[in-house]
Design a protein around this ligand. Structure first.
Ligand code: DGP
Length: 113
C-alpha cells in the first residue's frame, strides 16, 4: 500500500517520533502550524474517520488519551491545546491514514491559521 504514514510506521521514511507503542505512534508534523504540532496515528491503516468501525472505538479513544499524555509532556496541557481530525476532501484531509493533530503552544482561539 502506498501510504506515507504506513511508511513512517514501518520506519521506511524518517520522522521525528516522540512516542511509540504497540498501537500508535506520534511524530512532529512536517509543516507545523503551531509551536507544538504533533500527529498521532494508529499503526493499523485506517483511511479516514469515515472508515472507522465500532470495533475501533477503543483504539481511537486511546489515540486521544495519548494526545493528552503528549500535551502534558510537551508542557502545553495547562494552557490548553487543540485536537483535530480532518476527514475527506472538504475536511481538508490530505494524508489518507487516520491521524489526530495535536496543536498548542500559542493561542488558537481564532482558528488554526
Ligand atoms: P491532513 O491535512 O489532516 O491530512 O494533515 C496531514 C498532515 O501531515 C499535514 O499537516 C502535513 C503532515 N505530513 C504530510 N506528510 C508528512 C511526512 O512525510 N512527515 C511528517 N512528519 N508529516 C507529514
Amino acid at each position: 500500500m502506498d501510504c506515507i504514514f504506513c511508511k513512517i510506521v514501518a520506519g521506511q521514511i524518517p520522522s521525528d517520533i516522540l512516542y511509540t507503542d504497540d498501537k500508535v505512534i506520534a511524530f512532529r508534523d512536517i509543516n507545523p502550524m503551531a509551536p507544538v504540532h504533533l500527529l498521532i496515528i494508529p499503526r493499523l491503516h485506517v483511511t479516514s474517520l469515515n472508515d472507522m468501525t465500532e470495533a475501533q472505538v477503543p483504539l481511537i479513544g486511546y489515540i486521544i488519551y495519548v494526545a493528552k499524555l503528549l500535551a502534558e509532556r510537551q508542557g502545553i496541557a495547562e494552557k490548553g491545546y487543540r485536537v483535530v481530525v480532518n476527514c475527506g476532501r472538504d475536511g481538508g484531509q490530505v494524508v489518507q491514514h487516520l491521524h489526530i493533530h495535536l496543536l498548542g503552544g500559542r493561542g488558537l482561539i481564532n482558528g488554526l491559521g
